[in-house]
Design a protein around this ligand. Structure first.
Ligand code: XLS
Ligand code: CA
Length: 403
């Protein structure tokens, strides 16, 4: 196999003093942080669509990047295989062990689904052959149920039973390929699972149909030996005006309503959290508190791909070095913050009154409104609670971050 990213070496760790653009300054795969290697804390993955497919096309202009990777042109199986070769070289040079894909990122889609499925069989054989002897594996797979015009009214939420069958068929195949490639997860991003106007929409009906599709996916996946996690990736809008998986809390409520919470977790994307009017931290926390933090789709707020003017192979590497170094630095600082202990100690102090006898009774659900009202009446008035001290806490954070 001839080298595709010529002149770009395997990216070494050189430390914060290095000025080498093709070296990690903070990501040191084997460095142990709080008892675990960085590579285990941060199992980075490469998204097939952003890196192997996206050329920078946007609604105002054509692509800027050449992603043929040595193939004659786009849309052929020769190109699909060139993308596999490029992906493996890219991941090996960066020390990335995982990749994620949509079915139609891997192969060109044909008008006949049987042809597309045969292509998926062929390409997954090729991926297995090419990754043999490496430690590269699939993190998660998914079906693209938003690109093809048949999904304009949704996939699970479509009004058309025949389109619903195509959604089912794509999910079935994508789960099979995910299992074949050893995937740890299977993602549902409900791109067009929502609506534009209530004037033409049966909301509950659509949500029930989405749940049925997910239930069938779970049952089929388990029946063919998929032991990984199913994931929902919440997003409030884009492309639809209203999407059913608005945010983590909404998606978790949906899973609980339909009895899917044991098999599904959240895949949280930074950009989607912002679109929902939340912070990324909020969405991660909601998921974690519910025991449903499954995976993270990390980006700077515009999906995890290069900016359109950054069109070279070198830019693809700079993007990952930047991202991986940022997360590695974040991990080092998060560990320092935990070890510093001042923030945790403040939080303990803030809620300390619930450690009193009465506080414990409230936490145990053993009090009544009458009892608490009687206590208030006895006290007559109450002092302000402990200050929130946000400025002090941000100062502590700065103290650790800027050290
Ligand atoms: C788009 C989504 C998509 C999912 C996978 O907004 O982020 O890329 O991650 O379908
Ligand atoms: Ca995403």
């Amino acid at each position: 196999m001839s080298e595709i990213f010529k002149g770009i070496p395997v990216i070494p760790y050189e430390g914060p003093e290095s000025k080498n653009a093709f070296a990690f300054k903070y990501y040191d795969a084997d460095r142990v942080v709080m008892g675990k290697k960085m590579s285990e804390h941060l199992p980075f993955a490469m998204a097939w669509w952003h890196n192997m497919c996206a050329t920078g096309v946007d609604m105002f202009g054509v692509g800027t990047a050449d992603k043929r990777f040595g193939a004659e042109g786009y849309g052929t199986m020769e190109h699909a295989k060139a993308k596999v070769d490029a992906a493996i070289e890219f991941m090996q040079k960066l020390g990335i062990k995982y990749y994620c894909f949509h079915d139609v990122d891997l192969v060109p889609e044909d008008a006949d689904i049987n042809v597309t499925n045969a292509r998926l069989d062929e390409i997954s054989d090729y991926i297995l052959e090419k990754t043999k002897g490496t430690d590269i594996k699939c993190l998660w797979g998914t079906a693209n149920m938003f690109g093809n015009p048949r999904f304009m009214n949704g996939a699970g939420s479509t009004n058309d039973v025949d389109v619903y069958c195509f959604a089912a068929a794509q999910i079935k195949k994508a789960i099979e390929i995910t299992v074949k490639l050893g995937g740890r997860g299977y993602v549902f991003w409900g791109g067009r699972e929502g609506y534009e106007t209530l004037l033409n929409t049966k909301m509950k009906f659509e949500q029930e149909n989405i749940a049925t599709l997910m239930r069938m996916a779970r049952d089929y996946g388990r029946s063919i030996g998929f032991t990984g996690t199913f994931l929902i990736e919440p997003k409030p809008k884009e492309p639809m005006k209203h999407q059913y998986d608005f945010d983590a809390a909404t998606a978790i409520g949906f899973l609980k309503e339909f009895g899917l919470e044991k098999d599904f977790k959240m895949n949280i994307e930074a950009n989607h959290a912002t679109l929902a009017g939340h912070t990324f931290q909020h969405e991660l926390r909601v998921s974690r508190e519910n025991g449903m933090l499954g995976s993270i789709d990390a980006n700077q707020g515009f999906d995890s791909k290069n900016r359109r003017p950054s069109y070279t192979y070198e830019d693809m590497f700079h993007a990952f070095i930047l991202g991986m170094d940022s997360f590695a630095y974040g991990l080092i600082k998060a560990a320092e913050m935990i070890e510093d202990g001042r923030i945790d100690a403040f939080i303990e102090k803030k809620y300390a009154s619930f450690e009193t006898e009465l506080g414990k009774k409230i936490r145990a659900g053993e009090t009544t409104l009458e009892e608490l009202a009687a206590r208030a009446a006895e006290m007559k008035s109450v002092a302000l609670p402990l200050s929130g001290s946000q400025e002090y806490l941000e100062g502590v954070m700065n103290n650790v971050l800027l050290k």
